[in-house]
Write a protein that binds this ligand. Structure first.
Ligand SMILES: Nc1ncnc2c1ncn2[C@@H]1O[C@H](COP(=O)(O)OP(=O)(O)O)[C@@H](O)[C@H]1O
Ligand SMILES: [Mg+2]
Length: 342
């Protein structure tokens, strides 16, 4: 429905470098992707791959004194990477909602849940206290919290973990933003509640036709609810495409590694294999492809230069220089070795 419209969020060649005493930490180093309304972009990668820094930068939450930031972030048709702190305060919470891993750190323990949500409304509009409160109750209702009038008068500690995360989503969406950024929103929750929260985000995405960014260290977690997937490695996208393309026709050996290390509902695998080694230092990245030192298929050419993200058609892009036919052979051999049966 909305796929032919202009992207809601368009990030191009984003770089976020932190100068430190030990050297420059290249937390994000050339990231390009888009998010459209009505679509969820699932962002996956190991811890430290630059996921949080990417989206903190999009939201204008990285201190410019501490980082060198370059590239472009277009949101709702305008460049916001150079927006003032004031402009970003107007966008955050109103046009871009956000939720984080631990709702206890974002909800103030001493204030009633309804008051905290109403406060977001009061910050962004000149609505009356009672109107803001009414909107807070409505937002709690929309995220499936039973008896929202009563719940609005309670404190965060009176909520269960799952209910607190619902309240955070209510706070993020009370202003009806066009984009929701959820950074590991379910990591602190048990598996059943995780699934319910992801399902809720998926429903709200359709109901309000918003764009969603769903960040996770686990490919399995985001698979069900993401139309598109971006696999990040060492501050760059290694692979980007529709969920179906990335799952059924993965092109990057890092993505293969991720797929082979988690249980999957769609295929039967005899054994799971973790990816060997550890991510590189972001201060001294290996030459060429940053995944090279961990890649069982790496060869001399891979160290020559940092591989560009190349489009393979159908919006599916990857940053591995090996030829498509060769990758097909390598992947088939890997699947065979793992005893994969579809
Ligand atoms: N202020 C900072 N100064 C130096 N390095 C930082 C700073 N903030 C984050 N980093 C580094 O940036 C990298 C990416 O971090 P992050 O985006 O939080 O990873 P992820 O969310 O994928 O786990 C990490 O190696 C982290 O240590
Ligand atoms: Mg993170």
């Amino acid at each position: 429905m909305s796929t032919d419209s202009a992207p809601l969020l368009e990030v191009t060649d984003l770089r976020v470098h932190f100068p430190t005493a030990d050297g420059v930490v290249k937390a994000v180093d050339g990231s390009t992707f888009t998010v459209r309304r009505g679509e969820t972009l699932g962002v996956v990668g190991e811890s430290g791959s630059g996921k949080s820094i990417t989206f903190l930068t999009v939201m204008g939450l990285i201190n410019r004194q501490s980082a060198r930031i370059s590239g472009s972030v277009r949101f709702e048709g305008r460049e916001i990477l150079d927006a003032s702190a004031d402009e970003m305060r107007g966008i955050r919470g109103a046009r871009i909602g956000m939720i984080f891993q631990d709702p206890m750190t974002s909800l103030h323990p001493m204030h009633k849940v309804g008051d905290q949500i109403a406060e977001v409304v009061r910050t962004h509009t000149d609505k009356s206290k009672s109107e803001a409160h009414r909107m807070a109750v409505e937002a709690l209702r929309e995220v499936g919290i039973p008896s929202p009038e009563t719940r609005a008068r309670q404190y965060p500690h009176e909520f269960s973990g799952g209910m607190r995360q619902r309240a955070m989503i209510a706070m993020a969406l009370v202003m009806k933003p066009s984009l929701l950024i959820a950074d590991e929103p379910t990591t602190a929750l048990d598996v059943t509640i995780q699934a319910q929260i992801l399902e809720l985000i998926d429903e709200l995405k359709d109901q309000f036709n918003i764009g969603v960014v769903l960040v996770s260290h686990s490919l399995a977690t985001i698979a069900d609810v993401s139309e598109n997937v971006m696999v990040m490695y060492a501050g760059r996208p290694a692979e980007l495409g529709s969920r179906d393309e990335v799952f059924s026709d993965a092109q990057h050996p890092y993505t293969w590694g991720l797929l082979e290390s988690v249980p999957r509902p769609d295929i039967r695998v005899e054994r799971l294999v973790p990816i060997d080694g550890a991510p590189p230092s972001l201060i001294t990245l290996p030459p060429g492809c940053a995944f090279g030192p961990r890649c069982p298929h790496a060869r001399t050419e891979c160290t020559a230069e940092v591989p560009e993200l190349r489009d393979r058609g159908a919006g599916h892009a990857d940053a591995c220089i090996l030829a498509t036919e060769e990758k097909g052979r390598l992947r088939a051999a890997r699947m065979k070795a793992l005893g994969v049966t579809t």
